[in-house]
Design a protein around this ligand. Sequence first.
Ligand code: PEP
Length: 253
Amino acid sequence: MTQTTRQTLVMGNWKLNGNKAMVAQLITALQAPATQHPNVAVAVCPPVLFLGQAQALLTDSPIALGAQDVDIHDQGAFTGENSAHMYTEFGVQYVLVGHSERRTLHGESDAMVAAKFRAAQDAGLTPVLCIGETLAQFEAGETQAVVERQLHEVIAHCGIESFANAVIAYEPVWAIGTGKTATPEIAQGVHAAIRAFLANLDAKVADGVQILYGGSVKGSSAAGLFAMADIDGALVGGAALQADEFAAIISAG
Ligand code: PEP
């Protein structure tokens, strides 16, 4: 089978950072690099409170908007939550589900993550399913078993065909915010194993799905990662808050 050409996707996860001035500065500064690299899809995920401001700044921009989390419900008595349908009113295209900080700090189970994945898709959003192992699991050689378990729950809940409209972000927990990036070879090995796992169920879906790497990606490490056959972009935390670093990652795509 001929291999699909998958577009590189560079997505910034701003986490709990920013204010109105910073949102304006950062988005304004990213317009030129995003426009100059039309081959690279670029997205930013600001905190929910700034989605409206970001949407206005991104009018006629190639930069897409993402959200960092979503509730499993559409509406109702769920204080503090935000639904996928609400995001659609703000021009949101992507939503992160299962980020390790949600899994760890908010106790999100694989089943909860799968329900969020479905809620996002039901509203027409593209879920970005974050998966990855802890340092202890990495050292115990359990990486593949962990990511397969995390994928399995979504496949069981939503079907393999759901990955035709989804993105996967492989983010080893030991590399997130630590300054330790998995080497391109280590990351490629896991990405290839993820794709092979999906290909056992549906080769076409596996070939088409974008698998991003996340974990301390910087301008200096992006090109090496992106050169790998199964690494289709990056989910970026810390470096996404610095316009020049994020622009360098875009340029590497
Ligand atoms: C992330 O939070 O998804 C992430 C990859 O963060 P960082 O780039 O800071 O490691």
